[in-house]
Design a protein around this ligand. Sequence first.
Ligand SMILES: CC(C)(COP(=O)(O)OP(=O)(O)OC[C@H]1O[C@@H](n2cnc3c(N)ncnc32)[C@H](O)[C@@H]1OP(=O)(O)O)[C@@H](O)C(=O)NCCC(=O)NCCS
Length: 137
Amino acid sequence: MEQNKNEMQLITTHICMTKDIGVHGNMFGGIMMAWIDEAASVMACRVCRTPNMVTLKLEESVFHKKVKVGFLILIYGRVHRIGNTSITLDIEARKRSVYSGDEEQVLVTRVTFVRIDEDGSPTPIANSVKEIYKKNE
Ligand SMILES: CC(C)(COP(=O)(O)OP(=O)(O)OC[C@H]1O[C@@H](n2cnc3c(N)ncnc32)[C@H](O)[C@@H]1OP(=O)(O)O)[C@@H](O)C(=O)NCCC(=O)NCCS
């Protein structure tokens, strides 16, 4: 998951199935939020080189476009900031047509994770990780 700070990286891909649809025929927002949290968590753990990351904060999430059955949902991320114990990621969900390959932004948000120790208390992210991202600032 190195290293160009400005480049969005593909983290996960899903397909919107009938089980993901809510009462209005569109994809249910709560499922999308779970996919966002999962993808962001994957990226936070990969970047910080530890499985011990917990979600602290999900910023404003606006559903700009509806998603229907059969669309692919691609979740992209990039590092916004690395602090002492926390990392904040820019996360973007796009829907992709399997026919044309066109991608359209569905949701953009920012998610913060904190590295925790065995007691669940915040603990510093490794200096080697911080150094990598400092170089890109
Ligand atoms: C995440 C958790 C360990 C943080 O513990 P805490 O004692 O509140 O944390 P601290 O005040 O020491 O802050 C830790 C980091 O979070 C950052 N932080 C705290 N509140 C913040 C906020 N509102 N927005 C952004 N960052 C914030 C701090 O700046 C610090 O980052 P830094 O070390 O990089 O500067 C604790 O709140 C927790 O366990 N939350 C539940 C996590 C969880 O279960 N998530 C799943 C949700 S279902």
